[in-house]
Design a protein around this ligand. Sequence first.
Ligand code: 1CP
Length: 344
Amino acid sequence: MNHVFLKAARKEAVPYTPVWYMRQAGRYQPEYRAIREKHSFFDISHQPELCARVTSLPVKQLGVDAAILFADIMTPLKARGLSVDIVEGVGPVIPDPVRSGSDLAKLGELVPERDVPYVLETVERLRKQLEVPLIGFAGAPFTLASYLIEGGPSKDYHRTKAFMYRRPDDWAAIMNHLAEMTVRYLKAQIDAGAAAIQVFDSWVGALSSEDYRTYIMPAMVGIFSALKETEAVTIYFAAGAAHLLHEWNELPVDVLSIDWRTSPAAVRGRGIAKVLQGNLDPALLLAPLPLLKERARRLLDETNGIPGFIFNLGHGVFPEVRPETLKALTDFIHDYSKTLREQV
Ligand code: 1CP
């Protein structure tokens, strides 16, 4: 088993910088597009054999150091009976958005073995098949709530924030419910064989530090404290959230996944000592190859002296990216980070 990713996540010495990509399984791959012509998104996740194949495809093709379970952040809510459609070019759409705390309570508790057996079977298969660690994942309460309340993707989250400010008790109940669901869901993935988990709070950067502390942080402390009882490495991701790094640094989480708006050196300069993951701008995958490599090289130079760095993008791979580009980047990261270590 290639444990370089897990070692880096635990700040142990590694022979090269491990790399994986958010959305490494997806529309940029011709094989994925061919499967999606025959199966809907949720169809794939309901078929463990197919879902394991989709999850492991980028590991074989790119040589990345970790796999990430193929599912969606809405998977556990859909499994509890919430109506969700994945609309092409849009994302998850909820025809009947949540309007009160009780709307969500109606969905009841997630019992993973009963509600998402296909996810657990996929994880079990992958544990046996993969030669790299599997990252399980879940959406974080704020990001899930934003879809539930807005009814789909949003630019400004005004409905979500209005709900949060106007009905703090209902909001706290929703955060609680989603945090409990997330802990159950992630613990089941870990029991089934996920060696690490990433919590995606993609849109929480829309909040100020003060609002994050008041309305979000208790749920996040609850989630990561509960996961401390397991052996799994924990990672927290958001886009556009560098202003929240001091709050994040207080969370009982192992790795902070940052986007391209802040450099890892600047994060270190602010006294954040946790392992970092990131943070190349995914738009650079559309740049000429020499520029892409130059930027990746600079990122590795900058992070070489930092124990515990995992190379990733600042957000997911776009559908327009050529698979050859990602393969060339992966090889470059491995080769160049090896040479850096040989120089020491
Ligand atoms: O039509 C298709 O093929 C569906 C596109 C797609 C895919 C491939 C969606 C719809 N979800 C996924 C898979 C997915 N979603 C993964 C798989 C593993 C991998 O990374 O390789 C993961 C981790 C997610 C998580 C997810 N879904 C997040 C958090 C990560 C992020 O990108 O910030 C979010 C916000 C979603 C919502 C979602 N689901 C799908 C889309 C297109 C979106 C984003 C929509 C939006 O902008 O709000």
